[in-house]
Design a binder for this molecule. Sequence first.
Ligand code: FAD
Length: 298
Amino acid sequence: PVIRLDGANDADVKVSYEFFPAKTEKAEAALWDAVKRLEILQPSYVSVTYGAGGTTQERTLGTVARMVRETSLTPAAHLTCVGASCATIDAVADELWEAGVRSIVALRGDPQSGFGGRYEPHPEGYPYAPELIEGLKKRHDFEVFCSAYPERHPESPDWQTELDVLRRKADAGASKAITQFFFEADIFFRFRDRVADAGIDIDIVPGVMLQPNVEGLSRMANAVGVAVPDWYRRLFEGLEDDLPTRQMLTASVATDLCAELYDGGVRDFHLYTLNRADIAIAVSRALGEAHARIRHRE
Ligand code: FAD
């Protein structure tokens, strides 16, 4: 499918981009190159992740603070409950607020041992995302986003549990839920219907993955309970040593997915950029975002 926007609707499309904090000087330069290139597309916001086990606290903070200082972007800092007391998290929230950050993606987080490790709430911490959201909302007037899982979080035994947690996050004040990545638009639509049927008042925004490292992505998908379809595996088969082709296919697959989502009424898209601008720009342009902005400037 190709997205054919009729011009009048282009301006409705909202795109946001997710980055992770860089670990090395070289990665830092690449991140800022991507940030500057994507800034031109005027995303509704950009988010910066928080390492597993809270390991990137300083770098996440430094990155969003620099975004406030040096760009026109609206940054959202990810923040997790893992391994920290409420007092520590509250202090991070204060620092974010003082740095001019007004949006937070609030998460429980995964243990430092990574996916699949057993999560234990910190004895003096916020145990799960709903409690964290409540704490953040009480402390400052943040806009708070949360996560959602179209194929269920691996720790949720049934849909009732999954939807109960989402409801608690909405009730605690989260204004939208960004989904875990997924490969088929129907998975998103079925989930959106479930949320609507349960009467949960929250916008569900699809998280669209732009990872051309397909092997790594498949491993991650398995670890977090995301189904990798056969067509997707076949599409990339034999391209292990051909990154440029994998990148083009990744852009093509993501554009198709966005087109189907658009046809199903989605107007807000969150792109997992992996700190690269090229694929994200290609997908955004296909979404009409760039065209709408360019027209508005004329
Ligand atoms: P929650 O919504 O709190 O709940 C997850 C599960 O825990 C529930 O589905 C339920 O099974 C169980 N649960 C919830 N409440 C209770 C309760 N009271 N009692 C018992 N069980 C309960 N991780 C990072 O480390 N850093 C990031 O920056 C990051 N960004 C992310 C962004 C998005 C958009 C998404 C989708 C995920 C992100 N993650 C990140 C991963 C996330 O931290 C993990 O998926 C984690 O396992 C769950 O966090 P959550 O906020 O979704 O959890």
